[in-house]
Design a protein around this ligand. Sequence first.
Ligand SMILES: Nc1ncnc2c1ncn2[C@@H]1O[C@H](COP(=O)(O)OP(=O)(O)OP(=O)(O)O)[C@@H](O)[C@H]1O
Ligand SMILES: [Mg+2]
Length: 264
Amino acid sequence: MRRTVRATRYVTPLREGGSLPGIVEADDDGTYVVKFRGAGQGTASLVAEVVVGELGRLLGIRVPELVGVDLDPEIGRREPDEEVQDLLAASAGLNLGMDFLPGSVGYDGLGWTPPVTEALAVHWLDAFTANVDRTWRNPNLLVWHRALWAIDHGAALVFQHAWPDVDRWAARPYDLAQHVLGPVVAQASRAQAADADAHLAGLVTADSLGEVLALVPDAWLLGMNAALGDDRPAGAWRDRYVEYLLARVGGARPWWPPLHGVAA
Ligand SMILES: Nc1ncnc2c1ncn2[C@@H]1O[C@H](COP(=O)(O)OP(=O)(O)OP(=O)(O)O)[C@@H](O)[C@H]1O
Ligand SMILES: [Mg+2]
């Protein structure tokens, strides 16, 4: 992570999501939405949050700052909810924090809509990283000070649960029919889409991917070994993510519907 803070107070759970993220105050006086390493999903979803969130930032998309949150489960001692207590007890050590945007509202596409170029970038990121979590039911986009912010990337990078053949994954088309930015993206001309694709793909290089993967803590990468029956060191995991993402961006990119449609 770029920096790590220490949790000082557990404020409240966010009940919407399956993994029970919580709002936490930290020793830098900041307030964070925290995804806990002890949640059922394991550490792979935290890896996806960092990789896809920081990739988004690289592409010029607004993503709230991501920090490591060091947790002493003692801060949950007075928490009345047993489920929260258990989660905190299972989450000693490094968790993921996202800067809390006070007063932000969920994007619903009804009033304000973002500029087409921003919508194209988010749409492209989601196709690139196979992010299933940006639909009308679950937009995971916030509007804050009349600007679009992307959150919640833990379900992206589906390949990390099975590591299919790299060439197959690199070309796998992606169905974005339910994407919450679909109507905005539909306003783009083919030339605008082609420009966006070339520009965004140009930003994803071996070097920039290496910098993104360097932000992922070893412990979260090593957490994959138990889940997958593997025993690679953290550095080998980083190389593997870079290989898969580089293969996907370096091909013909048939996975982006605005340029290629969706194969049946
Ligand atoms: N940085 C933030 N600032 C303000 N509100 C946020 C922020 N992050 C999340 N929220 C609010 O909390 C809700 C839940 O967060 P998020 O979407 O990240 O997790 P989730 O979908 O509940 O969790 P998971 O995917 O782990 O099950 C969001 O829909 C949003 O309303
Ligand atoms: Mg969500």
